[in-house]
Design a protein around this ligand. Structure first.
Ligand SMILES: *Cc1c(COP(=O)(O)O)cnc(C)c1O
Length: 396
């Protein structure tokens, strides 16, 4: 194996900061011990701060983001319930697929991949159909690099007088993009540990509103056991879990939350925006287009880039990995082979993003594209210098 680091630019799992990795390196311990709640109770409180949830509560299940999806559905909806969803990328597609397999009656709006939640079409459906019990939105579609307007969706639901629960997939947005569960009236917000939280996969996280907790308590949901909110509530209130939790991940979560709060959540969001903007400027300077069809859809956590004609996106990822020990995200589903993705969320800074662009330039050239070396890197460098704090300002 040659020297140096491998470089991970997939949009999850993201890079784990050293402090988080060290925090997880603990001997196994007794998860029924009297002092275990000293670890867990503050985690629940602090997670609510990240979800920006005042009421309600946060759940942690051993699982990935997909498990959080399933928990959200199984606790609050029953087979036959009608729900409104949109499909515009691989993750929103998979959520629709899950809802159908769990027996929900899905009204699905298909949208061109590259755009996001179609507020006007949702408004029309909600106005027509008061039987809709759940409205689902993928906040950040990781397959296409598209972010949707959740505050706008809440406004649409309110003006339609909809009483439905609002379900939001925040797997690649929460802790990286501004997310306001309470203010946006999100009833079930789901995420996983391996993206904005900078941890390995293994924790499925849900922020759940009081309204959704009431729906779950009335046992309106489907048959459920492992994912039952009620079992969690009984034990979580005392700082425990109904079954064995992944204890090292909980220590890692403590360290990750400390990092997020030390930087400040708003500063974390600003950093993601600045870094993403540099990547986009670099991509445009190389003459390439994004998968996102307009700036209102741009995601600050992942950029999906259309490969030029005659270049295969699968080759881009393979060459990156084999030649430069650099992983980019591949194209998924409908855009397989047509795009590659640079994940820019979690533990990263300007130079991390410059490295991604430098590697992308070489890889694209190797895959047969015409590339002006340095053009993408230079555009990002200019942006980072002009938008960042200069040494003189820092001293002042
Ligand atoms: C990663 C991701 C998922 C899937 O999460 P897993 O943790 O892999 O189950 C779902 N939705 C979005 C938007 C994602 O980015």
């Amino acid at each position: 194996m040659p020297g140096g680091h491998t470089h991970l630019f997939v949009p999850g799992p993201t890079n784990v900061p050293d402090a988080v990795r060290r925090a997880m390196n603990v001997p196994m311990e007794d998860h029924r011990a009297p002092d275990f709640p000293a670890l867990t109770l503050p985690l629940f409180e602090d997670l609510k701060k990240v979800f920006r949830l005042d009421d309600g509560r946060v759940f942690l299940f051993p699982g990935s983001g997909t498990g959080a999806w399933e928990a959200a559905i199984q606790n609050t909806l029953a087979p036959g319930d009608r729900v409104l969803m949109a499909r515009f990328g691989q993750f929103s597609h998979l959520w629709v697929d899950m809802a159908e397999r769990l027996g929900l009656d899905v009204v699905c709006c298909d949208v061109e991949w590259g755009a996001g939640v179609p507020l006007d079409r949702f408004a029309a459906v909600l106005a027509d159909d008061p039987s809709i019990k759940g409205v689902f939105a993928t906040h950040n579609e990781t397959a296409t690099g598209v972010a949707s307007d959740i505050a706008g969706l809440r406004a649409v639901m309110d003006s339609a007088g909809s009483d439905a629960l609002l379900y939001v997939d925040g797997v690649s947005s929460i802790a990286s993009l501004p997310f306001e569960q309470q203010r946006w009236g999100v009833d079930l917000a789901v995420t996983g540990s391996q993206k904005g939280f900078m941890l390995p996969a293994g924790l499925a996280m849900l922020g759940v509103s009081d309204k959704a907790l009431d729906a779950a308590a009335e046992r309106r949901g489907s048959a459920r056991c492992y994912f039952d909110f009620a079992d969690q509530i009984r034990t979580n209130d005392l700082g425990y879990f109904p079954y064995t939790p992944p204890v090292p991940l909980l220590h890692g979560l403590r360290a990750a939350l400390d990092l997020l709060f030390a930087e400040g959540l708003d500063a974390v969001f600003d950093r993601h925006h600045r870094l993403a903007e540099g990547v986009r400027r670099g991509v445009h300077a190389l003459g390439l287009s994004l998968c996102a069809v307009g700036p209102q859809w741009y995601s600050d956590t992942v950029t999906a880039i259309q490969v030029p004609d005659g270049v295969n996106g699968v080759d881009v990822c393979r060459i990156g990995y084999e030649t430069y020990r650099t992983s980019f995200g591949g194209g998924l589903g409908q855009v397989a082979g047509k795009v590659f993705r640079i994940g820019h969320l979690g533990d990263l800074n300007e130079v991390t993003c410059l490295a991604a662009l430098a590697a992308a330039e070489m890889v694209l050239a190797d895959a047969g594209a015409k590339v002006e070396f340095g053009a993408g890197v230079a555009a990002a460098q200019s942006w980072y210098r002009e938008s960042g704090t200069r040494p003189a300002e820092r001293a002042a």
